[in-house]
Write a protein that binds this ligand. Sequence first.
Ligand code: 13P
Ligand code: SF4
Length: 303
Amino acid sequence: MDEMRVQKIKQLKAEKDVVILAHYYVDGEVQQLADYVGDSYYLSKVATKVKEKSILFCGVSFMGESAKILNPEKRVVMADEYADCPMAHMVTAERIAEIRAAYEDVAVVCYVNSTAEIKALSDVCVTSSNAIRVVQKLKERHIFFIPDNNLGRYVAEKVPGKQFIFHDGFCHVHKGIEADAVREAKKLQPDALVLTHPECTMDVVELSDFVGSTSEIIDYATQSEQDKFIICTEMGVFFELMQKNPDKRFYSVGHRQFCPNMKRVTLDKVEAALEKMEPELTLDSGIMEQALRPLQKMLELAE
Ligand code: 13P
Ligand code: SF4
C-alpha cells in the first residue's frame, strides 16, 4: 500500500478525531487501515464504546445506521453513501402489521440487515452470530423472523420450542453459492472442511462442517487443527483468514462470492470522506429513538 497515503489518512483521522470501523467484506487494503474490523455484532458493540467524536463506517448502510442509532450524538460518515444491502429492503411495515394483527403472542425478530424504519417496528434485532442465543431467550411462542428466510430457517432448527413465521428475504450473494459448487470444491479438496455463513441455502448448510458469522468462520479456521478450508461466504473474509493463518489453505466455491455493495468502499473514498467528513449519515430522530430499543435488547440478550 502507498505509505504516503496511509500517513495522510492517519493524520486526517487524528486531526478530525475519527475512528474507522470496517466489515470483513470490504477490500483488504481498507480493512488494514481500519481501527476495528469485524462482523455486524462486533461492530455494533464497538460502536457503543468508541470515544472519538466521529465514526467513519466502511460497510453498507444498515451497519452505519446501527452505529448512528447507538450513538445519536456522534457524526457518522459513510465511506460510500450508496453501499446498501438489498436484503435490508425486503420486508415492509405493512407485512409486520399484518403479522402482529394475526398472532397475539408474537415477537418480531429483525436481522440487523434491515433499514432503521423496519428496526423501529421490531421487538428485537439479531445478527448471524447471536440470533440463536437471542431467540432462545424470548418468551413469545411465535417468532416472525425478518427479512432473511435462510437465516430464519437455520435458527428455527436450533430453537425447536418456537413456532416460526418466515419471510422471503434473501442475500443474493449467499443464495448464489450453490450446493453443486460446494460438492465440486469438496471433490477437488476432499480433506478440506466446509465453513459456511447461515445466509446460505439449507442444501449448502447441510454440506457444511461449521456454520457461523464472518467472525466465527475466521475464528473457527484459526483455532482448527485442520489446514484446508472451503469458504462459503463473501470473498472479503479471505484477507483476514490469510493474515491470521499464512500456513493454511482457503478455497472459494466460484466467482459469485462477491458483494458489489461492500466492494463500493475503496481507499480513495475513505480518503475523500475523511477530508470532507461527508457523506454524513442522517436519520429521523423519532425513527432513531424507536430503533434503539430493539438494538439495545439484542446487546443485552446476546451477552
Ligand atoms: P456478519 O454478521 O456475519 O458479519 O454478516 C453480515 C452480512 O452482511 C452477511 O452477508
Ligand atoms: Fe447484504 Fe449479502 Fe452483501 Fe451481506 S453479502 S451486505 S447480506 S448483499
